[in-house]
Design a protein around this ligand. Structure first.
Ligand code: NAD
Ligand code: DAU
Length: 363
């Protein structure tokens, strides 16, 4: 039986991971810790409420005393560290929060783990750090995908802060013997993703009849992975990965932004054609006016320093840990759109601020 601390557990991937773990390992203890920033949402964890093996702690990874207390009180033996500022555009406009949470916050968590585990002589522990393919920089169209030995070349304040945190995790292993693993993953999509990220933003804008903003020429490439496949990858790293090692996790699924947006447009046009109730629920959507969703495509100014292409080579993770994504893009994107149509209160709550008011009243 393991006792997990999941930082950033109320965020997109963290919440999916909490649900994944509670369902798969029903005897394990899962403590989700989250500062509930704009990106954290307790509603995403509502299904875990009532499970006696689950607890939510409202807290910040910059708070050493709090971390120390939770690790000791809950006898945590495994940290899965998701908490971060995660949105590239926000890092361009306000990098400070990224340095504080991603660099100083990760370092504070490492210090707490060292003090509670190493200084007490525990040999049974694991610190798993969740990182990103963005630390490797940008690829040209004919470059081979990133491997675990691709040199770091982060280009945005976000990716630079993640790269710094990766280095600190590595240093705590080499210097102090903390038992760490790191995974670098490609772009995730799926339920509970905050609607500032490309796929949920496009779905919601189509439903509202708003412009679909395409940065630059729309030909930047990302490698998309269904979020549950990322959770399974982390599970495999925790169970079978070697301490001190880095594992790439990806979907082998490269798409230009323009192609992704057009696909989402087509799938939503089909949804409106097949479900007459949608017109009543989303009267501003182009399908209701007899137009195609693609009519909303709008080229906008490019993201400064926009990385051209990311692609993950997950050969090491496949060979050493038997990792294979289970979800095809065809099925994953349909599931994601269905989830958004079925969970309108979730994304409306996140967007209209009512959820924030509730947090401010209760936390
Ligand atoms: P997210 O922005 O949806 O969630 C981040 C969570 O961290 C939020 O719940 C937020 O409240 C919490 N948080 C932020 N600052 C905190 C602090 N100081 N203390 C405690 N909690 C804090 O992010 P996500 O997309 O779920 O990403 C999770 C992790 O996975 C990040 O580390 C990110 O770098 C990494 N990652 C994300 C992707 C992706 O495509 N989304 C891909 C690869 C790696
Ligand atoms: O690669 C992994 C990374 O993927 C994670 O580490 C990050 O946390 C996560 O946010 C994501 O970063 P991206 O910048 O790739 O994701 P985003 O959804 O913001 O953008 C995807 C692509 O779509 C990118 O090329 C920019 C473009 N884009 C994005 C938005 C929000 C648009 O063209 N229009 C938009 O409105």
């Amino acid at each position: 039986m393991s006792r997990l601390l999941v930082t950033g557990g109320a965020g997109f991937i963290g919440a999916n991971f909490v649900h994944y773990w509670l369902e798969k390992y029903q005897d394990d203890r899962v403590v989700a810790l989250d500062a509930l920033t704009y990106a954290g949402n307790l509603v995403s964890l509502a299904n875990a409420e009532g499970n006696e093996n689950y607890r939510f702690v409202h807290g910040n990874i910059l708070d050493l005393d709090l971390l120390d207390g939770v690790l000791r009180e809950e006898k945590i033996d495994t940290i899965v560290h998701f908490a971060a500022e995660s949105h590239v555009d926000r890092s361009i406009h306000g990098p400070d929060a990224f340095i504080e949470t991603n660099v100083t916050g990760t370092h504070t968590l490492l210090k707490a783990a060292k003090s509670v585990w190493l200084d007490a002589g525990s040999s049974q522990h694991r610190f798993h750090h969740v990182s990103t393919d963005e630390v490797y920089g940008s690829l040209e169209s004919d470059d081979p995908p990133f491997t675990e030995t691709t040199p770091y070349a982060p280009n945005s304040p976000y990716s630079a802060s993640k790269a710094a945190s990766d280095h600190l995790v590595r240093a705590y292993h080499h210097t102090y013997g903390l038992q760490v693993t790191t995974s670098n993953c490609s772009n995730n999509y799926g339920p509970y993703q905050f609607p500032e990220k490309l796929i949920p933003l496009i779905v919601i804008n189509i439903l509202a009849g708003k412009a679909l903003p395409i940065y630059g020429d729309g030909l930047n490439i990302r490698d998309w992975l269904y979020v549950e496949d990322h959770c399974r990858g982390i599970d495999l790293v925790l169970k079978r990965g070697k301490v001190g090692e880095v594992y790439n996790i990806g979907g082998n699924n490269e798409w230009t932004n323009m192609d992704i947006v057009k696909l989402v447009c087509r799938l939503l046009d089909d949804s409106f054609a097949n479900d007459s109730q949608l017109a009543g629920r989303f009267p501003d959507s182009p399908a209701v006016q007899g137009k195609r969703a693609e009519s909303l495509l709008t080229f906008v100014k490019d993201r400064p320093g926009h990385d051209r292409r990311y692609a993950i080579d997950a050969t090491k993770t496949r060979n050493e840990l038997s990792y294979e994504p289970k979800e095809s893009f065809e099925t994953g994107i349909r599931k994601t759109i269905s989830w958004m149509l079925d969970n309108e209160p979730w994304w409306r709550g996140v967007m209209d601020g009512s959820y924030r008011e509730w947090i401010d009243r209760n936390y």
